[in-house]
Design a protein around this ligand. Structure first.
Ligand SMILES: [Zn+2]
Length: 256
């Protein structure tokens, strides 16, 4: 069944996405982890119809433990550049995470080699999903990209406690509290690049991309910071919405 879903995901054309009212999202709980990738929200156009597609399909799911000894440092990486710029997005409380959907006219995305994968949404987990040896970060940010063939790439950024992040504060301040609610009329201009560690937008990022089935993950080795107060603010929406670490299976993790 998972293979079938993957096939349909890949074969479906990316028809563009429109801002629609977020009706009841598909039911899930963290106990149902193995099935997340296949949960379908039929009320949403592709690719939003598979809001949990990033959860991966098959055995090769992220997150994994990214301890040093598991990282292969010899294989070259595609050159990456996160070209996000500024957008006037929608703020969505999905019922499981706080999420920001980019606007219809947004042209930014993740450049992988020569291809630009459009950024469709970003959302937050608390604590981090990826584990680095013994270390978990207080939170993690996922930028979700889908290209016109339905191929998904997620850029993960770990979040540490430190200096306040003004863009993250704007997200918190515009986020609706009701589960399934969307604030699409905020009209706030958001500098999405301020949610990235320095150097990523110019292509100088250090990344560790594990190869997964269906979803390509890129995990930045540099963190961004938010303040302790901002983390507490975020937890008033959702806390403990991170998945448990998955087996590495046959994946290799690359680092440059
Ligand atoms: Zn995520």
């Amino acid at each position: 069944m998972r293979t079938k879903i993957l096939t349909s995901l890949v074969s479906m054309a990316f028809a563009g996405y429109v801002t629609v009212a977020v009706s009841a999202p598909p039911h899930w709980s963290y106990e149902e982890e193995p099935y997340w990738g296949a949960l379908e929200d039929a009320t949403q156009p592709v690719p939003l119809r598979y809001p949990y597609a990033e959860c991966g399909i098959g055995k090769h799911q992220s997150p994994v433990d990214l301890a040093d000894e598991k990282i292969v440092k010899t294989r070259p990486l595609n050159k990456l550049a996160a070209q996000y710029g500024t957008d006037t997005p929608s703020f969505i409380n999905t019922g499981h995470a706080i999420q920001v959907n980019t606007s219809r006219n947004f042209t930014g995305g993740l450049k992988v080699g020569k291809e630009l994968l459009p950024l469709i949404q970003l959302h937050f987990h608390e604590p981090s999903e990826h584990v680095f040896g013994d270390k978990k970060f207080p939170a993690e940010l996922h930028f979700v990209h889908v290209n016109k063939d339905g191929r998904i790439a997620v850029l993960a950024v770990t979040i540490d406690i430190g200096k306040e992040n003004a863009v993250f504060q704007t997200i918190l301040d515009n986020m609706p509290y009701g589960s399934g609610e969307e604030n699409s009329t905020a009209g706030v201009s958001l500098k999405l690049e301020k949610l990235l560690p320095s150097g990523v937008s110019t292509g100088n990022s250090l990344t560790t991309p594990p190869c997964s089935e269906g979803v390509q993950w890129y995990i930045l080795t540099k963190s961004i910071t938010i303040s302790a107060a901002q983390l507490e603010h975020m937890k008033t929406f959702y806390s403990n919405n991170a998945r448990s670490t998955q087996d590495l299976n046959e994946r290799s993790i690359l680092s440059n």
